[in-house]
Write a protein that binds this ligand. Structure first.
Ligand code: PMP
Length: 441
């Protein structure tokens, strides 16, 4: 009997004992291909000797020193590294313990920026309906995942949501990408005008929507328009790259492929690759200067910010990714995965859409391909696919969500960057069997 409160209280979970490369092993001796890196976390795979060596060395040297007394070497080195490769204008890093904490810190940075610069009326957050930004109250209020929000709604701060840029669901027949990008971005400008620009603080969006929609990139031009609208009205653009960032889409930052730079960027998951819990906010010089020239303080903090072990792990993970040129493998294997998924599911009666970038791919499951009608929500088809996949030694990340009453099931494929072509083939083969089994039942 477990004494841990697990999310699915009645689920009987296997006990993970070990991991090596793209594989995880349980205590019953079963082996799984970790084709989602958990929730797009394990970008380097499991048991990487360079990372475990760095962790050992850091534990021997210094495990912890509180940031009100000290800075520390791994945190400084990691910040240097991240800023050297950051989008234009980004000048500083703030280290926390995960994605939700990063979002909370980013929201507070946006708010404090406006207080410091004499615009205290700016308090409204605009985000997108189909999105996930974390489970703490501020992050939950910001995200658009209704299932996760419903019972906590009375506790959530007021936020405002617009439709995401989601071509499969919302682009109209015959509408060009250019016109759809303009229409989807216009929703932001309309919302800003409705609320009053002088009240709007931040727009928050995932460049490639992860957990709630299943690897949905925007169409070309959408984010450029979003950036222009934020600039026009003086709004802080927060890009949440917690899931899609740190190389997952083939470039270090997903938003680089959209040709824009944010004012604040949140990263986590692939930053530490699961070797330690870590997240970060990357902030622009403009925001840093407002704090530095104003109160001289960022009014925030947690016990474990800049944790030396977490920063040492992330530094080692990022060094290995750069040294071994793994982003090139993300591009090559991403193209291979996309091709294989197309071959296997291109005509599948229950696969409506295959999308994504790099090693961040989503497969959307529908009852009826021609009408895009989803399966009944009660069937929890995504959970069935997960179960069938696990029974075949495959881990894929399931998701189902509701946008304006539209329910969709998807699975997310986000394997470690070290995956090879033969393993990609096995992933697609096992996923095919799992989807066939789940949709046949
Ligand atoms: N933002 C995004 C885009 C995410 O995918 C997640 C986690 N799935 C979070 C924030 C929250 O991160 P964490 O679970 O580390 O708090």
């Amino acid at each position: 009997m477990t004494r841990i409160l697990h999310r699915q209280i009645h689920a009987k979970l296997p006990t993970a004992r070990g991991g090596q490369g793209v594989h995880l092993f349980d205590t019953d001796g079963r082996s799984y291909i970790d084709a989602s890196g958990g929730a797009a976390v394990s970008c380097l795979g499991h048991g990487h000797p360079d990372v475990t060596a760095a962790l050992h060395a850091q534990a021997d040297r210094l495990a912890y020193a509180h940031t009100s007394f000290f800075t520390n070497e791994p945190a400084e080195a990691l910040a240097e590294r991240l800023i050297a490769s950051a989008p234009e204008g980004i000048s500083h890093a703030y280290f926390v313990s995960g994605g939700s904490e990063a979002i909370e810190a980013a929201l507070k940075m946006a708010r404090q920026y406006f207080v410091e610069t004499g615009q205290a009326g700016r308090r409204n957050i605009i985000a997108r309906r189909q999105s996930y930004h974390g489970n703490t109250l501020g992050a939950l209020a910001t995200g658009g995942n209704e299932m996760r929000r419903t019972q906590f709604r009375p506790l959530l701060i007021e936020t405002h949501h617009i439709d995401p840029c989601f071509a499969y669901r919302f682009q109209e027949a015959g509408e060009t990408d250019e016109r759809y990008a303009a229409r989807a971005a216009q929703a932001l400008e309309d919302k800003v005008r409705e609320l009053g620009p002088e009240t709007v603080m931040a727009f928050v969006a995932e460049p490639v929507v992860g957990a709630t929609a299943g690897a949905v990139p925007s169409v070309a031009d959408y984010f450029q328009r979003i950036r222009a609208i934020c600039d026009r009205y003086g709004i802080i653009l927060v890009l949440d790259e917690v899931m899609c960032g740190m190389g997952r889409t083939g470039t270090l930052h997903a938003s680089a492929q959209d040709g824009i730079a944010p004012d604040l960027m949140t990263i986590a998951k692939g930053l530490g690759g699961g070797y330690q819990p870590i997240g970060a906010v990357l902030l622009s010089q403009r925001i840093f200067d407002a704090f530095a020239n104003g109160s001289g303080l960022f009014q925030h903090g947690h016990t474990y910010i800049c944790h030396p072990m977490a920063c040492a792990a992330a530094l080692a993970v990022q060094e290995v990714i750069a040294r071994d040129n793994l982003l090139a493998n993300v591009k090559t294997m991403g193209a291979h995965l996309s091709r294989r998924l197309g071959e296997r599911f291109g005509n599948h009666p229950h696969v409506g859409d295959i999308r994504g970038r790099g090693l961040f791919m989503g497969v959307e499951l529908v009852e009826d391909r021609s009408t895009k009608a989803p399966f009944e929500a009660e069937l929890k088809l995504h959970a069935r696919v997960k179960r069938e996949a696990m029974a075949r030694g495959l881990l894929v990340y399931p998701g189902g969500g509701t946008i304006d009453g539209v329910h969709g099931d998807h699975v997310l494929i986000a394997p470690p960057f070290i995956i090879d072509a033969a393993t990609v083939d096995t992933v697609v083969e096992r996923l095919g069997e799992a989807i066939d089994a789940a949709t046949a039942a």
